[in-house]
Design a protein around this ligand. Structure first.
Ligand code: DLL
Length: 433
C-alpha cells in the first residue's frame, strides 16, 4: 500500500519544485541561525542567494561525520533547546557519536517516513508488529514504534534480546510483522528451531530489516525460515533514523523519501556529483527538519540511483541496496573488498551457515592478512561422509571466482560465532596501528 500517494507518487516536476522551495527555506534558515553553517558557506564563498535552481545545491559545502564530532553535542542545533523533545545518538561502527535532536515536528516527520516504510511492506492497522530493534538511544526501536503508531497497528515494544521471551510473545500474540536487524532475525529463527517451534505455522508473514549490511541470500534464508516476505529498510541517525529509504513489493531498489531527504551520489574522492547508475557515496540534505538539519551530509554509504519507473506506482528515486561503506572497505593485496561481498560469496555454498567473521591480522611481512571464518551447518557435522577439506576448498574456490583474490578460510563448528541481538559485528580487526 502507498501510505501517502500525494508525496510518494508526485510527478517529477512538482516534486522538484517542492524540493527547491524546501531547500531554499532550509538554507536561509540555517545561514541566519547556525554559526557553523554560516561560517561554512562564507568560507566556500556561497550564500543562500546563489541558490537559483535545485542543481545549485552542488555549490553548497558538504557536512561530514567529523564536523558532527567536533560540534558535539549541540553545535548544529538550529532551534531553541526548549523545542527539543527527544534525542537519539549512535556511535556506529566507527565509535564517533552523532546526535539527532528532534522537535515535535521532527518526530512527526519520522513517524510519517516510517509509516511509508512499513506500509510498503504491507503493514496495516490490522497488523501486530513485534518490534525487536533496540529501544534507547538507538533509533531502530523508536523509529519502527512511531511508524506502527501512525499506521494504527498494534505494536509490541520488545526491544532486542531475551530471545526465549521474544518467541513466547510471538506465539502468544500472533505477531504478523517482525522488525529487527537481519542478523537477529536469523538468530531468533535458530533459537526457535532449537526450541522445537515451527515458525512456518505462526502468523508472522513479513519483516522490515535493516541497520546493517545483508545480502539477497540472507533474505532468502530469513524468508524460508519464517515463511515471510523480508524487506530491506535503510536509514541513519543523523538524517532521521530508519525511514530514509525502503523497499516496496517490487523489491527492485529502495525508494527514498526524497521530498524529505534530498539525495545525491558523489565521487567520494573528488566530491563531484555523479549521474544515476554511477556508484558512489550517498549524500543527504534534510529538507524539512527543525532540530538538527543537515546540508549535504556525507553518509559514507556506497550505492547508486535507479531512475527507471517502478511497477509499484511510487515515483520516488530508488537506491540500490548498499554495497558497503567507504570506511568498511578492506584493501587486500590491492583489491577492494567489502565484508558484505565476502558474505555474499559464502552464503551461497551449501553446508555453511550465514554466520561468518572476517578476522584481520598484520602478518610477519607487515602486510594485511584476512581470515574469513565460516560456520558449518550442524547437519554437515553429523553427516558421516563429511569432508571438511573438500568443503573448505570449495568455499575458497567460490570466493576466488567472486572476489578475484585467494583467501584462506577457517571452518568453525556450529554455534561458535557469537550471535548478535543488534547490529552484527562481522569484522574483527587485530591489526595494531
Ligand atoms: O541503523 C538506523 C536504522 C535502524 C536503519 C533500523 C534501519 C533499521 P545508525 O545506527 O546511525 O542508524 O547506523 C546507520 O547503518 O549509515 C549504514 O551504514 C547502516 N545501515 C542502515 N540500514 C542499512 C541497510 C540505523 N538496510 C548506518 N543495509 C548506515 C545496509 C545499513 N546498511
Amino acid at each position: 500500500m502507498i501510505f501517502n500517494p500525494e508525496y510518494e507518487s508526485m510527478d517529477g516536476k512538482t516534486r522538484e519544485k517542492l524540493q527547491f522551495a524546501r531547500l531554499k527555506n532550509l538554507v536561509e534558515r540555517l545561514y541566519a541561525a547556525v554559526p557553523f553553517y554560516r561560517n561554512r558557506m562564507d568560507e566556500a564563498g556561497v550564500s543562500p542567494r546563489d541558490l537559483l535552481t535545485l542543481a545549485d545545491i552542488a555549490k553548497l559545502p558538504f557536512t561530514t561525520k567529523d564536523d558532527l564530532r567536533e560540534t558535539f553535542p549541540y553545535g548544529i542545533l538550529a532551534c531553541p533547546k526548549s523545542l527539543i523533545e527527544e534525542i537519539h545518538m549512535s556511535s556506529g561502527t566507527t565509535g564517533i557519536p552523532v546526535v539527532d535532536a528532534y522537535t515535535h515536528k521532527d518526530i512527526e516527520i519520522w513517524g510519517e517516513s516510517m509509516a511509508r516504510t512499513m506500509a510498503a511492506a504491507g503493514c496495516t492497522r490490522d497488523d501486530t508488529v513485534q518490534n525487536c530493534y533496540g529501544y534507547g538511544l538507538f533509533t531502530g526501536g523508536p523509529g519502527a514504534h512511531y511508524g506502527a503508531r501512525v499506521l494504527g497497528a498494534n505494536v509490541l515494544p520488545m526491544s532486542s534480546g531475551n530471545t526465549a521471551r521474544q518467541l513466547q510473545v510471538m506465539q502468544a500474540f500472533g505477531s504478523t510483522i517482525l522488525t529487527c536487524t537481519p542478523s537477529y532475525a536469523l538468530y531468533m529463527a535458530e533459537e526457535a528451531a532449537e526450541a522445537g517451534i515451527d515458525l512456518l505455522k505462526l502468523p508472522i508473514n513479513k519483516g522490515c530489516f535493516g541497520a546493517e549490511p545483508w545480502s539477497e541470500n540472507m533474505r532468502r534464508e530469513i524468508e524460508a525460515r519464517y515463511g515471510m516476505k523480508a524487506y530491506d529498510i535503510y536509514g541513519l541517525t543523523e538524517i532521521i533514523g530508519p525511514g530514509v529509504a525502503f523497499e516496496c513489493e517490487a523489491q527492485n531498489g529502495l525508494h527514498i523519501n526524497e521530498d524529505l531527504f534530498y539525495p545525491e551520489i558523489i565521487d567520494p574522492t573528488t566530491g563531484r556529483v555523479l549521474a544515476p547508475g554511477e556508484k558512489g557515496e550517498l549524500v543527504f540534505t534534510t529538507l524539512t527538519k527543525e532540530g538538527t538539519p543537515l546540508i549535504r551530509y556525507r553518509t559514507r554509504d556506497i550505492t547508486y540511483f535507479i531512475t527507471e519507473p517502478c511497477t509499484c506506482g511510487r515515483t520516488t528515486i530508488r537506491m540500490h541496496r548498499l554495497f558497503g561503506r567507504t570506511d568498511d572497505m578492506l584493501i587486500i593485496r590491492g583489491v577492494n573488498v567489502f565484508p558484505s561481498q565476502i558474505e555474499q560469496a559464502l552464503i551461497e555454498i551449501e553446508g555453511t551457515e550465514p554466520q561468518y567473521l572476517i578476522v584481520l591480522n598484520r602478518g610477519a611481512s607487515h602486510l594485511d592478512e584476512v581470515e574469513p571464518q565460516v560456520e558449518v551447518k550442524k547437519e554437515f557435522f553429523s553427516d558421516e561422509t563429511r569432508d571438511l577439506e573438500g568443503l573448505r576448498a570449495k568455499i575458497e574456490a567460490v570466493m576466488k571466482s567472486k572476489l578475484q583474490i585467494f583467501l584462506k578460510v577457517k571452518l568453525v563448528e556450529p554455534k561458535t560465532i557469537e550471535r548478535s541481538i543488534g547490529k552484527a559485528k562481522r569484522v574483527i580487526d587485530n591489526r595494531k596501528i
